[in-house]
Design a protein around this ligand. Structure first.
Ligand SMILES: Cc1cc2nc3c(=O)[nH]c(=O)nc-3n(C[C@H](O)[C@H](O)[C@H](O)COP(=O)(O)OP(=O)(O)OC[C@H]3O[C@@H](n4cnc5c(N)ncnc54)[C@H](O)[C@@H]3O)c2cc1C
Length: 454
């Protein structure tokens, strides 16, 4: 039987970062098992007919000093800095993102409703709902007009459930809140001001976002990542995992980065309250259609949001704008996104037809364009749903896992809404905690020395 100090399930950014930082700490041996033939997970890329596609737009927003240093070192010169060009398309008009600060250009009736609603939240704060739901938060933060014309239809398309069922834990960093002056200014003129967490972003010049996980994997020890090796079962009591093609692995500590629901489905034994908590976790599947066509787009846009129901997608982005090398010369590549609650059956052929029709209606595709590549890549567990049951369920699960020597980290392991830099930092933090924890444990029980195991 193979033995390791730390067994890491999943070779996405969370798993790779954990192994990388454990190596830097130097005290513990670790091994990653990854189901797919290559590392990267959701931050991976794939090539077809000269196009490089990611799993929808994967843009680097680097806010943390260490996170930035790590990524810049890993990608050494293969990163370009872009100023975001993101838009909303509604009523046949492009307005700048975010909608709440850029209504200029929309029909005057829409602008009036947005402004009146927004200023009512300031002058008549007693008139706005106080409830804890995302829906009520939108109403009291932006007012009825902005909610009617963007916040509600857009978020209902993304979350696919009543917004009164969602809480506000997830939106803090992701939904910009402009001041009254900015809302007013953005209604009367084309305000070229950048709002939000992603005003600029970095993206690899060559190779798609895959170069990031690849760079981390290249810094690990030979044999430290076993690709094409799905975890089939984990015995949490015996601390033994069964891995297809590898066999049984005995570990001291386990780091899970698989979607929490999947991990709990293969972990045994689980107390009934943990199985029940798992049953309360909700998520959406992202259906992403990747498309390449034979005309160079000249709009200069990076991505566009579509709040209106007549379009079957909520966002369309241009891979070929992130890097010239993502598509052949004189061609354009796109990702077209929609979601469904997990488990809902989707007729992809029908969805594809309606997406292509929508792209033509809004002018992204022209009749004369020849489609060169069309590739569906659903992300089964794409968005964790922040409903009112989530936090207590996740906390109970994490407490139980900690009691059996397991951590669960990353966007899906920790069951949260996060981004790549945060995921890398999750791995670092986990490695530091494990190293610290283990040193402490070793000093308290010298007979159970945690030497590297092979
Ligand atoms: C639609 C969308 C858009 C996004 N856009 C951005 C963006 O623009 N910028 C940004 O910073 N972040 C973005 N993100 C977030 C980013 O993708 C994540 O933060 C990050 O990739 C999560 O990495 P992870 O390692 O936690 O999870 P994952 O990448 O999901 O890694 C988990 C790994 O586990 C493997 N696995 C699954 N089952 C098994 C098994 N049984 N055995 C072994 N291995 C298994 C998987 O193959 C995978 O490699 C986006 C996410 C989505 C869904």
């Amino acid at each position: 039987m193979i033995k390791t100090d730390v067994l890491i399930l999943g070779g996405g950014l969370a798993g790779l970062s954990t192994a990388y930082h454990l190596n830097r700490q130097g005290s513990l041996e670790s091994l990653i098992v990854e189901k797919e033939p290559s590392v990267g997970g959701t931050a991976g890329s794939f090539e077809k007919n000269g196009f490089v596609f990611d799993h929808t737009g994967h843009l680097l927003h680097l806010h943390d000093a260490y996170g930035k240093k790590l990524v810049l070192e890993l990608l050494q010169g293969n990163l370009a800095l872009h100023q975001r060009s993101s838009w909303i398309y509604s009523r046949g008009i492009y307005t700048r993102y975010p909608f709440q600060a850029n209504t200029h250009g929309l029909p005057s009736k829409v602008i009036d409703e947005c402004l009146l609603g927004f200023f009512k939240t300031l002058h008549r704060p007693d008139s706005v709902p106080r409830g804890p739901s995302f829906r009520d938060w939108c109403l009291r933060t932006f007012g009825a007009g902005i909610c009617k014309h963007f916040m509600f239809p857009y978020n209902e398309k993304l979350w696919r459930r009543p917004l009164s069922e969602l809480n506000t834990e997830w939106q803090g960093r992701f939904v910009p809140k402009p001041s009254a002056a900015e809302v007013l200014c953005g209604a009367i003129l084309d305000q070229r001001k950048f709002f939000g967490y992603n005003a600029t972003f970095r993206y690899p010049r060559r190779g798609g976002i895959q170069v990031l996980p690849d760079a981390l994997a290249a810094r690990l020890k030979p044999g430290q990542v076993r690709t094409g090796s799905p975890a089939l079962a984990v015995d949490l009591r015996e601390r033994v995992a069964s891995i297809q093609g590898v066999g049984e692995i005995r570990y001291e500590r386990l780091v899970n980065t698989l979607p929490l629901v999947d991990f709990l489905d293969l972990a045994r034994p689980l107390p009934s309250e943990i199985s029940e908590a798992r049953g309360r976790l909700r998520y959406n599947t992202v259906y992403c259609l990747n498309l390449g066509f034979d005309r160079r787009d000249s709009s200069g846009r990076h991505w566009v949001y579509y709040p209106e129901n007549k379009y079957p997608f909520y966002r369309v982005g241009y891979y070929s704008r992130f890097a010239q090398s993502n598509s052949p010369r004189d061609a354009t590549s796109l990702y077209i996104e929609t979601t469904r609650p997990a488990g809902v059956a989707v007729d992809l052929a029908r969805l594809e037809n309606s997406m292509l029709k929508g792209l033509r209606e809004c002018g992204i595709l022209r009749r004369s364009d020849r489609i060169l590549v069309k590739l569906w890549k659903p992300i089964r567990c794409g968005y964790v749903v922040y409903d009112f049951a989530r936090a207590a369920s996740v906390n109970a699960i994490m407490r139980h896992l900690a009691s059996v020597g397991a951590d669960s980290i990353g966007r899906y392991g920790a069951w949260k809404y996060s981004f790549m830099e945060e995921t890398l930092l999750d791995g670092k933090r986990c490695a530091e905690q494990l190293s610290g924890l283990t040193a402490e444990a070793a000093s308290q029980s010298p007979e159970k020395e945690l030497r590297p195991l092979r």
